[in-house]
Design a protein around this ligand. Structure first.
Ligand code: IPE
Ligand code: IPE
Ligand code: MG
Ligand code: MG
Length: 295
């Protein structure tokens, strides 16, 4: 079987095509709002969450074709979270993906409404998606995704993250924030294919354990990129965490400790996949991409 990495450009093209389509076909009443939505989604994200969902589908032998609408929706949710994350009342950042953040380009009110609309569009599209299993399985999947971004998931983590400024947290408290603010959406992406094909308990637990380790590793790596990177190269601020005295792993525990922890989490993530054997190489490859990324 061709490596998953080699298939990523094709999958990315397909996700970008579906994102474009869904935005184009969505009902709009304000040109400004629809431009802000498109600007926030179609400006060069890495599409890591959709790729994770597709990698997970391949690992458990679910048709990627069934997954595409949900992988597209998860990227809309990610885009909405980034608009909010950059707002002055949150991280107050003015560049993302090398371009002005949505509120800098369109103003705070339009940015907030664009995020609201992307969230709504994601759920509308998941509810309308063709689903090869029962309607109740589709509802369970949508409700799992809803929960992952809510007060017990991403939004809860973002709240703790803001509250952590100027605090000296211990490593497990920082990891809990990372698991929530970043890990929960990645976990939802990895678990989504299990709603298309019944796995045994051991297999579900393996995917849960993989996603929990790789979710935290993803965020520590994100902080390392910010701590070590160059603004032109990474396309976002390199002083955002530092200037707000955020409870970011490299700031609190140092660069070396952060790198060691990423490696440890990567190894434990890969270890969890043993139960699937070689079929889970797609997820291993994604884990590798996540820990080696420089962007
Ligand atoms: C950045 O996510 C925000 C975090 C949750 C750490 P990505 O690094 O996936 O951002 P894009 O979509 O590729 O810009
Ligand atoms: C972003 O975390 C998490 C979410 C958007 C949910 P960060 O604030 O650390 O990510 P960047 O550095 O702005 O991309
Ligand atoms: Mg943030
Ligand atoms: Mg931020």
């Amino acid at each position: 079987m061709a490596s998953f990495k080699k298939q990523i450009p094709e999958f990315k093209k397909s996700i970008n095509h579906h994102l474009n389509m869904i935005l184009y076909e969505s009902d709009q009443s304000s040109k400004e709002l629809s431009e802000a939505m498109e600007y926030s989604v179609m400006n060069g994200g890495k599409r890591i969450r959709p790729m994770m969902m597709l990698a997970s589908a391949m690992a458990i032998d679910v048709e990627t074709e069934h997954i595409i609408p949900f992988a597209t929706a998860i990227e809309l949710l990610h885009s909405f979270s980034l608009i909010h994350d950059d707002l002055p009342c949150m991280d107050d950042d003015s560049i993302r993906r090398g371009q002005p953040t949505t509120h800098i380009k369109f103003g705070e009110a339009t940015a907030t409404l664009a995020a609201d609309s992307l969230q709504s569009l994601a759920f509308e599209s998941m509810a309308k998606a063709k689903f090869p299993k029962s309607k109740s399985a589709q509802l369970d999947l949508i409700s799992m995704i809803a929960k992952s971004i809510g007060s017990a998931g991403m939004a809860g983590g973002q709240s703790l993250d803001l509250d952590s400024e100027n605090k000296k947290l211990d490593p497990s408290s920082v990891e809990n924030i990372y698991m929530l603010k970043t890990g929960k959406l990645l976990k939802a992406a990895i678990l989504a294919p299990t709603y298309f094909r019944k796995l045994n308990n051991k297999e579900v637990l393996a995917l849960i354990s993989f996603s929990e380790s790789i979710g935290v590793a993803f965020q520590i790596q994100d902080d390392l990129i910010e701590a070590e990177g160059d603004e032109d190269m990474i396309g976002k601020s390199v002083v955002s965490d530092k200037s707000k005295n955020k409870a970011a792993y490299p700031i609190l525990f140092g660069i070396n400790e952060s790198k060691n922890r990423v490696k440890e989490l990567y190894e434990s993530a890969c270890d969890s996949l043993k139960v699937f054997g070689e079929s889970s190489n797609s997820l291993r490859e994604m884990a590798e991409i996540i820990i080696h990324r420089k962007l």
